[in-house]
Design a protein around this ligand. Structure first.
Ligand code: AMX
Length: 433
C-alpha cells in the first residue's frame, strides 16, 4: 500500500496548498450568488462543494483529472480508482500493488451472508446491497482508530484503508446478492487470478468468455465510477462522511440515494420501459410506433427514463461509449435497436415538451446500459442499479478520502422558512425602492 499512500498523500498536500494559496489571495471572493430560483430547484447549479476526483462539463461530460470518457473507457476499475484518488493513472508496479491488496481483502464475512439469506425474497437488490455494506460497519478500521484517539492528519489514511477493504468485497457481495435472490443461492468462490470485473462475472455465475460479457462488466464498472460531488448519491455519501461516520455508513447512505428512479434506478426503469414497448408493440417496433408510445408516456405524466440530466446538456459520452460497445458486440440485439430508435425520436419530442421546459433532451448513461446486460442474459433488471453501485462506490471512497485529507468540515448548509423568505424578500424590495 506504500505506493498508493505516498501518492494520495502528495495529492492531498498539493490540493491543500493550492486551496490555501487561493484563499490567501482571494479571502473575500464571491463564487456565485444564490437566487430564489436556486432554492426552488434543488440547489441546481449552486457551487457549494469542492470535488477534485472528477468534473462534469455540461457540453463534454465526465472528466477525471483531465481525461475524458474516450480516454479512460478501456481502463480497468482498479486503474480508475487509482486515478480518482491520486489524480494519475497507475504505473505497472502501482497497479500490481493495488490489485494484490484488493485480492487479499476480498472475503465477505460469513455473518453478512447469513443476514442477507434471512431477508424476504421480495426485497430489492439495492436494499440488500446497502444492508450488506452497512452490516460490515463493525469492520471499520477508521472507527477503531478514532475511538483510540486518532489525529486529524491521519483521518484520510484510515478512510482509504476502509475504502480498500470495502471496494475489494463489492464484486463478491454484489454477485452473492444476485445468486441469493435470482439463482439457487450458492455463493461462487473468487478466483485469485481475476481482477474486480473478472471476479464479478465469475461470481455472478455467467460464462466469463460469453462474447464480451466480462468486457461489458469491466466497462460498466468504469463508466459509472464518479460524476463529481453534487449528485444525490455522492453528495449524500459526502454529507454522511463529513460527520466522520465511517465509509461503510457513507457508502450505504450514498447507495440509498442511488436507488431512486430519478438517479441510478433509471437504468432499471429504462429496461422496464423497453420491455414494455416490446410487450406492446413486438420486438421490432417502428420509429413511428415508438414516437406514439413516448408521447403517451408523457401524456400519462411520466418521465422518459434515461433522458435528461441535471448538469449535462448533450448526449452523455458514457451513453456513446456503451453504444460503441453495442455496435461492436451485439448490433442485432432488439434491445439495442429499440434504444437507437428511442434516440431517434425522444430528443426532438423533449425539446418542445412542456413548452421547452426540459433542460436537457439528450440521453444519459442509463438509456442504454441495461439493454446490453439484458442482451447477455442478465434479465433481472432490478439488479442493474447494483452494478451501477459497485462502480459508484469507487467515487464515494475517493471523494471522502480526499475530503478527510483536506480537513473539510462537517457539511451543514442553512435552510430558511417561508416567513424568513418573505421578510427577506420584502426588505430587499423596500431597500431597492
Ligand atoms: N421525461 C419527461 N420530463 C422530463 C424529463 C424526462 N426524461 N427530464 C426532465 N423532465 C421534466 C422535469 O420532470 C421537469 O418537469 P416539472 O417542472 O413539471 O417538474 C422539467 O422537465 C424540468 O426539469 P429539468 O430541469 O430538465 O431536469 P432536472 O435537472 O430537474 O432533473 C432528471 C434531471 C435527470 C432528474 C430528469 O431529467 C429526469 O427525471 N430524467 C429521467 C430519469 C433519469 O433518466 N434519471 C437518470 C439521470 C442520470 C443519473 O443520475 N443516473
Amino acid at each position: 500500500m506504500e505506493k498508493l499512500l505516498a501518492k494520495v498523500d502528495r495529492r492531498i498536500k498539493k490540493l491543500g496548498d493550492e486551496l490555501q494559496q487561493l484563499y490567501t489571495e482571494h479571502p473575500d471572493a464571491t463564487i456565485g450568488e444564490i437566487t430564489f430560483q436556486n432554492l426552488l430547484s434543488g440547489m441546481r447549479g449552486m457551487k457549494s462543494l469542492i470535488c477534485n476526483t472528477s468534473f462534469v462539463d455540461p457540453y463534454r461530460g465526465l472528466f477525471i483529472s483531465g481525461l475524458e470518457v474516450p480516454d479512460f473507457e478501456h481502463k480497468t476499475p482498479e486503474e480508475i480508482f487509482f486515478l480518482l484518488v491520486t489524480g494519475t493513472l497507475p504505473s505497472k508496479s502501482e497497479l500490481e500493488e493495488l490489485s494484490s491488496e484488493l485480492k487479499k481483502r476480498s472475503k465477505v464475512p460469513e455473518y453478512v451472508w447469513k443476514m442477507l439469506r434471512s431477508l424476504p425474497k421480495t426485497i430489492h437488490p439495492m436494499t440488500m446491497f446497502s444492508l450488506g455494506i452497512l452490516a460490515m460497519e463493525g469492520e471499520s478500521v477508521f472507527k477503531k482508530k478514532y475511538e483510540e484517539g486518532l489525529h486529524k492528519d491521519e483521518y484520510w489514511k484510515y478512510t482509504l484503508e476502509d475504502s480498500l477493504n470495502l471496494i475489494a468485497k463489492l464484486p463478491s457481495l454484489a454477485a452473492g446478492i444476485y445468486r441469493i435472490l435470482f439463482m439457487n443461492g450458492d455463493i461462487i468462490d473468487s478466483d485469485q487470478q481475476l481482477d474486480l470485473a473478472g471476479n464479478l462475472t465469475q461470481r455472478l455465475g455467467f460464462n466469463r468468455h460469453n462474447q464480451g460479457f466480462e468486457e461489458l462488466n469491466r466497462l460498466y464498472l468504469v463508466l459509472h465510477c464518479d460524476h463529481e460531488g453534487g449528485n444525490v448519491s455522492a453528495f449524500t455519501s459526502r454529507v454522511v462522511n463529513s460527520a466522520l461516520s465511517n465509509i461503510y455508513y457513507a457508502a450505504s447512505a450514498g447507495l440509498n440515494g442511488l436507488a431512486g428512479p430519478l438517479h441510478g434506478l433509471a437504468n432499471q426503469e429504462c429496461l422496464h420501459f423497453i420491455t414494455n414497448i416490446h410487450d406492446t408493440l413486438g420486438n421490432k417496433p417502428s420509429v413511428d410506433e415508438i414516437r406514439k408510445y413516448v408521447m403517451k408516456t408523457l401524456d400519462d405524466g411520466k418521465v422518459i427514463p434515461g433522458y435528461g440530466h441535471a448538469v449535462l446538456r448533450v448526449t452523455d459520452p458514457r451513453f456513446t461509449a456503451f453504444m460503441k460497445f453495442g455496435d461492436k458486440h451485439c448490433p442485432e440485439s432488439p434491445y439495442l435497436q429499440t434504444v437507437k430508435k428511442l434516440y431517434e425520436v425522444v430528443p426532438d419530442i423533449l425539446k418542445t415538451y412542456k413548452g421547452g421546459k426540459v433542460s436537457n433532451p439528450w440521453p444519459n448513461v442509463d438509456a442504454i446500459s441495461g439493454s446490453l446486460l439484458y442482451h447477455y442474459g442478465m434479465t433481472h433488471y432490478e439488479y442493474y442499479t447494483v452494478m451501477f453501485g459497485i462502480s459508484r462506490v469507487l467515487g464515494f471512497c475517493a471523494q471522502n478520502t480526499i475530503a478527510r485529507g483536506l480537513h473539510q468540515p462537517i457539511i451543514r448548509p442553512k435552510s430558511v422558512t417561508n416567513s424568513w423568505l418573505k421578510e427577506h424578500l420584502e426588505s430587499q424590495t423596500v431597500a431597492g425602492h
